[in-house]
Design a binder for this molecule. Structure first.
Ligand SMILES: [Cu+2]
Length: 320
């Protein structure tokens, strides 16, 4: 009888421990999914050996308040619900989660932790990066590559689909473990199909062990992306095979290529984005008044701007 009771107690404790662990793991995914920092608070500090982060990959729509099923439109650098043109959306908690791109239309993107581009990962040189990636896209598998990381001794964490790993299927999680080395401004991005051009990328900043003399206290991260109104990964491939047309003007779009015929600019560039935001110009000086990314700076102070190019084409862009 006594033995049965002990077995029962151990069994109950095991169930409780399992539930508790399962719950905390579930919570951390949810906690980081809706905030700027995707990493555990107790990791990634200057004196810590580990930087542990959680990235949830999912499809989202631009120019929508998805929770309410409401379309959003731009005017005068602000956003409005389509049926309330008199009052701009000012609720600060809504703004980061309404994805705009160039605000031309509502289209599909790939978000990381609800954001596009994904949240910034900030680590210190030689920290062990442990990054859990969860794929919640219904119809696509994915992988994530850590651009610029040397991956000495960790090629299995390089994130190249079909080469260093099998793609992460719908609902699956995969954990990457690598050293944050070398230091510098890098980015993570999808390494399957053209998912990077649909938004699956984000800044990966690795600070050196000792500050450079030129280091400033404040810095801004700028991601640049060329944006296209209608092409996803599969469309891009078909257009590469069969040609690209400017469908408004009914003219072929001339791509550039390398000497051996590889096409560089198979991607039709409609707008430039800075940290998800840009404006679509319908003529050389008429745009759609979409909101832009703003960087706060004060006079007579020094700032570091870390610039990351997530571009897919080699077209020139107009910069203001
Ligand atoms: Cu890369």
């Amino acid at each position: 009888m006594e033995q049965t009771c002990i077995v029962f107690i151990v069994y109950i404790l095991a169930i409780t421990a399992t539930l508790t662990l399962g719950q905390s793991s579930e919570n951390i995914w949810d906690q980081v999914r809706t905030r700027e920092n995707p990493c555990r608070d107790t990791t990634c500090g200057e004196k810590q050996d580990v930087c542990e982060c959680y990235l949830t990959v999912e499809h989202r729509l631009t120019m929508m308040i998805e929770e309410e099923g409401t379309l959003v439109v731009p005017k005068g650098g602000q956003l409005y619900e389509y049926d309330k043109p008199g009052s701009p959306i000012i609720k600060s908690e809504q703004i980061p989660y309404i994805l705009t791109a160039d605000a031309n239309n509502s289209r599909l993107v790939i978000a990381v932790n609800r954001r596009f581009p994904g949240p910034q990962i900030t680590a210190y040189e030689d920290q062990t990066l442990i990054i859990h990636v969860r794929n919640l896209m219904d119809t696509d598998s994915t992988t994530v590559h850590w651009h610029g990381m040397h991956q000495q001794g960790s090629t299995y964490a390089d994130g190249v689909a079909m080469v260093s790993q099998c793609p992460i299927g719908h609902g699956q999680e995969f954990t990457y473990k690598l050293k944050a080395n070398p230091h510098g401004t890098n980015f993570y991005h999808a390494h399957i199909g053209d998912q990077r051009t649909m938004g699956l990328y984000g800044a990966l900043v690795v600070y050196p062990k000792q500050d450079f003399p030129s280091a400033t206290k404040q810095e801004h991260v700028v991601t640049l992306q060329d944006w296209n109104h209608d092409d996803d990964a599969s469309t891009l491939y078909q257009r590469m095979l069969y040609g690209i047309y400017d469908q408004a003007r009914k003219t072929p779009y001339k791509t550039t290529s390398s000497r051996d015929g590889a096409m560089y600019s198979r991607y039709r560039f409609h707008s430039g984005l800075v940290n998800d935001k840009g404006r679509y110009y319908t003529s050389s000086n008429v745009h759609n008044q979409a909101p832009l990314t703003e960087f706060d700076v004060a006079p007579n102070r020094n700032y570091t701007f870390r610039v990351i190019s997530g571009r897919a084409s080699d077209n020139n862009c107009r910069c203001f």
